[in-house]
Ligand binder design. Structure first.
Ligand code: EPU
Length: 453
């Protein structure tokens, strides 16, 4: 992943003295994968929007920058974001390209910008390096809506000379981003859109709530069918983002792997049901406090040996691919052979080579080692892992390859004996984990930054 982060690599490092159970509580705010999309939706309004529970993460900064270059007035007050899109304007290729390679969100600006301005320019995308991550579904759907797509060396230019019109469209795979693309474009396209094989992640349902507040008409039918009736105008919204269930599961897995106990304030049972079942099957314990303000879920290691499990990731309501990495670290401590079959991305086990250097016993296979044959098995990708535990993890110098893998490296270093140095924390972890260092210190982790001369 390219980055605009100016931190020299040697300073972008955290020293972790492992072997201490994490004990205490952390708070999770709005989900990164909803907040960034709700910010894009604000572009569609004729009046200002207010988004609450916004986490202080770099992806929010990137989308703030993208909105600002398009004339949106964005102000952050605490964790409340005010966005005024009344003076939206086209931005120059150069000012947009400042954000090239930093995030996948720019592709979602296409529909809103085409509606507001009749044209859009999208820079080269970034995001985590966890597979090819093509955007063919996005561009294909946009073309069907009536967009003209032209690529050149600077990026992708789009226009809509005849306006955008509702479509009947079936996704090859229930892609989160492509579903959001269709939603953000269809809400103001002329006529009705029917999307089949849509993704139905809680973050998508929350985005639908945002769009409905703005005046959209969106019907979620059974069997992954979403129907959108285009309207002529949308207004601003007021919305509290749903909590980040990926961050919540990361802290839960850290509690389990370090034999600790962490109360995750803000974690919600309904959105995490599949994770909670897995957590319990492994031998972890949890307790739900459903107080609407102070509530959350406490996760802990009950002191009995962890049990091996066979799992596969899937689209919602299956096991999230973003939960896979922290769970695998916890499984290195389970007593026996566990299996993890990754069916969403073709290349999401790169991080296991670093875990192996720490003493984990993990082998990768190109076969589909799960109940569901997936598209990656046929194409020979190393997308199944067998984890033999329990392994005594020892400290190592680790290089973070991407956001979620990075947090799993932190967990492994905290569970390991000795002092590890984890490189790339500023570049990767800050994209999606708010104040992670303060949170780690609050949980008793023994971490420090290198002394700079
Ligand atoms: N795909 C295509 N063509 C497309 C779009 C997707 O082949 O045009 C494929 C992808 O290559 C992948 C699969 O479809 O194999 C699923 O990708 P999806 O579009 O669902 O992912 P995304 O929208 O790019 C979001 C999250 C990811 C999360 C996935 C799956 C955001 C910003 N990112 O990505 O989150 O893993 O959905 O739930 O919402 C993260 O937070 O660290 C992260 C990577």
């Amino acid at each position: 992943m390219s980055s605009t982060d100016a931190t020299p690599l040697s300073e972008d490092m955290l020293i972790i003295h492992g072997g201490t159970p994490l004990e205490g509580e952390v708070t999770v705010r709005g989900a990164k994968n909803l907040v960034s999309k709700a910010m894009v939706a604000a572009l569609l309004g004729t009046s200002p929007s207010v988004l609450r529970s916004v986490p202080a993460i770099r992806d929010v900064e990137v989308v703030t920058g993208l909105l600002r270059v398009h004339g949106v007035d964005v102000e952050l007050d605490g964790d409340t974001l005010y966005m005024d899109p009344t003076s939206v304007e086209s931005a120059g290729v150069e000012e947009i390209n400042v954000h090239a390679g930093t995030s996948r969100i720019p592709i979602l600006l296409c529909g809103p910008l085409l509606h507001r301005l009749g044209r859009a320019f999208i820079p080269d995308l970034g995001g985590c390096n966890i597979g090819g991550r093509p955007i063919d579904f996005h561009l294909d759907a946009l073309r069907q809506f009536g967009a003209v797509v032209e690529k050149d060396a600077s990026g992708t230019h789009l226009s809509a000379p005849n306006g955008l019109h509702g479509i009947r469209y079936e996704l090859e795979f229930p892609s989160v981003g492509a579903t959001e693309q269709v939603l953000l474009t269809a809400v103001m396209a002329k006529g009705t859109t029917e999307l089949r094989n849509a993704a139905i992640e809680p973050e998508i349902i929350d985005l639908i709530c945002v769009l409905q507040k703005m005046g959209a008409i969106i019907k979620v039918h059974t069997n992954r069918v979403i129907e959108i009736v285009g309207v002529d105008e949308l207004k601003g919204y007021r919305h509290r983002a749903l909590p980040d269930r990926i961050e919540a599961a990361s802290w839960a897995s850290a509690a389990l792997a370090t034999e600790g106990s962490v109360f995750v304030r803000g974690a919600q049972q309904a959105d995490m049901m599949t994770f909670l079942n897995v957590f319990r099957s492994i031998g972890g314990a949890y307790e739900v406090d459903d107080d609407p303000v102070e509530g959350g879920i406490r996760f802990w290691h009950p002191g009995t040996p962890l049990k091996p499990v066979a799992l596969e990731t899937d689209v919602h309501p299956g096991l999230m691919t973003d939960w896979q990495q922290p769970i695998v670290v916890a499984l290195t401590q389970a007593d026996g052979l566990s299996i993890m079959h990754e069916t969403v991305y073709e290349n999401r086990f790169g991080y296991t080579s670093e875990l192996r250097r720490m003493g984990a016993n993990i082998e990768l296979y190109s076969d589909c080692l799960g109940g569901t044959p997936c598209r990656w098995g046929r194409r020979n990708f190393l997308h199944s892992a067998v984890i033999a535990g329990p392994s005594k993890l020892h400290a190592a110098d680790l290089q973070i390859p991407d956001l979620r893998a990075g947090f799993s490296h932190l967990i492994a270093a905290m569970a390991a004996e000795g002092t590890s140095r984890v490189y790339g924390v500023d570049r990767y972890i800050t994209r999606g984990y708010e104040n992670f260092e303060e949170k780690l210190l609050g949980l008793g982790a023994k971490i420090e930054r290198p002394v700079t001369k």
